[in-house]
Ligand binder design. Structure first.
Ligand code: AHG
Ligand code: MN
Ligand code: MN
Ligand code: MN
Length: 335
């Protein structure tokens, strides 16, 4: 009757987080409250994304962000929702968002001990054509409530938790609090995220590589060599398949479940690549390591990077352990 038990033993993300909390006797539940506010934000964005076309929520907001990108209406709406949900949790003191040039310092009465870095809407270029998009977040503890910007410029290995929500054919929230990775699917009839993928482990190697081949002209040697090996394997094995959605959340989610490697390399035009360290590279690298994979910047382990600016970028190669080992070897040989 395992299936029945599964159907009736509804493990919601709220129960799951409270179970996790019970493993920390000294915990006062702050983390659970914070996470539940993040979950609320994801539910709101999910419903806004699902009716975006109907509710005139597609198209441009008429402003540009610090990245120099034209902000979409959903970028702005999602950002506002998460900023408000995080502040009202009363458990945060610094917030870093892709959409805000400066970090948000929460006013003292509402301050808590966490710093949250997030990409409220990842894959904005895919909004208007209905292709999967997402939200990415990472959570740090701050040293003391008199927080400074340095409390947000911590290496990824200091993160307590990281996760993403993917707004696709189903709405899935993938989360790690440092003890493995678990996936929760939103049941719209209950308005609850239900545990559907427990203890996700990424395959040791995969048959898919995921990169924007349009940048091939500008890649450096090791990247070009690695992609060449994916297409024309030297050992006579069959070539890998290319899958590239263009939303990091969707490409990483597929990599996590099916195996393979996701790459956003440096190139001559952008020597630090495109993806942002705090709220794209770190959370996804954290999840990959927790799932038995790894994440590499072309120089070092991604989570060892210490950012100097809140919107700093880094090249990133992440996914199946063996696949990332191959590209690490190519960069080591090029030294
Ligand atoms: P965002 O929409 O939050 O700005 O992020 C877009 C990022 C990421 O989602 C994706 O992996 C990458 O941009 C795709 O970039 P290219 O279009 O240059 O391939
Ligand atoms: Mn953007
Ligand atoms: Mn993004
Ligand atoms: Mn974004």
């Amino acid at each position: 009757h395992a299936a029945d038990a599964h159907r009736t033993d509804l493990m919601t993300i709220t129960r799951f987080v409270l179970n996790e909390q019970s493993k920390h006797p000294d915990s006062k539940g702050d983390f659970s409250i914070l996470l539940n506010n993040i979950v609320l934000g994801c539910k709101f964005v999910c419903s806004a994304v699902n009716k975006a076309g109907l509710a005139k929520l597609i198209g441009l907001a008429g402003d540009t962000n610090v990245q120099g990108e034209e902000q979409k209406k959903l970028d702005v709406l999602s950002n506002e929702v998460f900023i408000k949900a995080l502040i009202s949790s009363g458990r945060t003191c610094i917030l870093v968002s892709e959409e805000d040039e400066e970090a948000t310092f929460v006013s003292p009465p509402l301050r808590g001990k966490y710093c949250v870095v997030f990409d409220p809407l990842d894959g904005s270029s895919n909004i208007d054509c209905g292709v999967s998009i997402g939200t990415i977040f990472g959570i740090y503890l701050v040293n003391d409530l008199e927080a400074t910007i340095d409390d947000a410029l911590q290496p990824g290995k200091n993160m307590l938790a990281a996760g993403y929500c993917m707004y696709g054919s189903s709405c899935m929230l993938v989360l790690s609090t440092g003890n493995g990775v678990n996936g929760f699917t939103l049941d719209p009839s209950l308005g609850e995220f239900i545990l559907t993928h427990s203890d996700i482990k990424i395959p040791k190697t995969g048959k898919i590589y995921s990169v924007n081949e349009g940048n091939a002209k500008n890649w450096d040697g090791p990247t070009a060599k690695y992609i060449e090996n994916c297409k024309f394997p030297k050992d006579g094995s069959s070539p890998k398949s290319l899958r590239y959605v263009g939303s990091m959340v969707a490409d990483v989610h597929r990599t996590l479940l099916y195996g393979g490697i996701f790459l956003y390399p440096a190139d001559r035009k952008s020597p630090n690549g495109k993806l942002r360290v705090l709220y794209e590279v770190f959370p996804m690298s954290f999840l990959m390591e927790q799932a038995g994979g790894q994440a590499f910047t072309g120089k070092i382990r991604a989570l060892d990077l210490v950012p100097k600016k809140i919107h700093e970028r880094s090249p990133i190669f992440l996914g199946s352990y063996e696949d990332v080992e191959e590209i690490k070897a190519l960069y080591a040989a090029a030294k």
